[in-house]
Design a protein around this ligand. Structure first.
Ligand SMILES: [Zn+2]
Length: 88
């Protein structure tokens, strides 16, 4: 189980989206869930995200700023590139 940084709900890893800060400082979605670096988990349910964005919860969890493109994708709740989400 992992905890969503936004709502603090514990969920199985497959019900969460991982955002990772790579060793080089790049912050990105991690659809594989296995990228190296410091990770923060969010519910895969987009209704969870606006509050996290408003309170900079993700930035704090990662100790890094969210890139503008990733932030806007999360704000829009647009479908994430979730590897294996379909047909699993
Ligand atoms: Zn959540």
């Amino acid at each position: 189980m992992r905890t969503c940084v936004a709502c603090r709900t514990e969920r199985p890893k497959r019900d969460l989206v991982r955002i990772v800060r790579a060793p080089d400082g790049t912050v990105a979605l991690d659809p594989s869930g296995r990228a190296a670096g410091r990770g923060a988990y969010l519910c895969s349910d987009p209704t969870c995200w606006p509050a996290a964005l408003k309170k900079s919860t993700i930035e704090r969890a990662l100790a890094a700023p969210l890139p503008a493109d990733l932030r806007s994708r999360l704000e829009q709740g647009s479908p994430l590139v979730l590897g294996g989400a379909n047909g699993s």
